[in-house]
Design a protein around this ligand. Sequence first.
Ligand code: SAH
Ligand code: SF4
Length: 427
Amino acid sequence: MSEPQTMSVSATVSPAATGGLVEKTPLERYQPPAKPSLVGLSRAQLAEALASIGVPAGQRKMRVQQIWHWLYVRGARRFDAMTSVSKELRAMLDEHFTLARPEVVAEQISADGTRKWLLRLPGEHSLERPHEIECVYIPEPHRGTLCLSTQVGCTLTCSFCHTGTQRLVRNLTAGEIVGQIMVARDRLDDWVAAAQGGGAILTVPSAGGEAAKASQRMISNIVMMGMGEPLYNFEAVRDALLIAADGDGIAISKRRITLSTSGVVPNISRAGVEIGCMLAVSIHAVSDELRNELVPLNRKYPIKELLEACRNYPGLSNARRITFEYVMLRDVNDSLADAKALVKLLKGIPAKINLIPFNPWPGTRYECSDWERIEKFSEIIFSAGYASPVRTPRGRDILAACGQLKSASEKLSARERLALRAMAMTD
Ligand code: SAH
Ligand code: SF4
């Protein structure tokens, strides 16, 4: 790298005029290590990195292609493994760069196969404690979904979300976001083996063959639903997802990548244009009054503006619907009138509605709706013509479910166990 980079964060504190805390202040600077990792650099940045160590211009494109393949198809962890790269260049790369991913501090495997990794990221300066984030893998019969974090903590303060209660916030770099995929593929042994890929560069999967190819891999889908608000770390998230979708590398189709936002309206269309991934919107309430309380960002971008941005989402069609997430909070947003109003609100938007049973955490004032209520709510949505799958809270025994990332251990109540059993039957 020619110069050390600093990365400023995109979130700011909003004025108190909004009538309460909408956002917290994030830490301002990320200091890269003296010896940077090549993980997460775009092809252009990789070429720059090669230039900085004297690789002649005429060779750079070919070298970038080789390194890209070793990194993102074969999962090389040492420059030594890159046998198609000259020994001399390998030594030079080793002197100036690393292939480091975030450090795995702990791995937990749930009874249902869900895995959770606790990852350590460097702090801003040597005296500060390192940051920790989590990354979750959810296997299902025909797909495997990786849930990525985009920030340490979150500047937003949704009242039902445990991540929102964390004080410290820092944006992840593109390398740290891609690094989560690398770690997961390392731990799942999900790289293309030499026997499959040979030493040659694999061909780009064709559109028709994509699904079949993806289903053979442990990780076939990515959701940006871990810690943080992805649209408040737009550039890093975009750069990371473009790497994840690159057909010569990690090769996860953009249709299999879903970004979930609490409603950062100005960046919604950017996500469509600059990333082209699928969109999920955390709606959670049908009136501004309640949504202001549950998702305080609503005071800045109210429901009407949010839905307008959804209607205009680039590439939206019946085949490419927006997923609306709705957390089921007992006696808060779960009346049958709410369900009817939700259907009315989303009229005209190609949509799916994802009901999420609330995952309680120590100290929360909310409870999960009763299972019967969730079912009735879901029936209303279903009879209005929407698919309304209830998202099964997988990995409960390791606290990997939504909004529980980073929470202390707790027991399930009898009612929750019942709900879980019922959900498992409908899954
Ligand atoms: N910040 C983004 C993405 C991360 S949160 C967003 O808010 O969309 C991923 C999903 O989990 C969101 O729909 C969020 O509302 C939901 N969630 C957060 N806390 C939860 C909890 N305790 N129980 C159930 N869902 C929760
Ligand atoms: Fe942040 Fe999403 Fe949690 Fe809200 S729900 S605090 S936006 S992570």
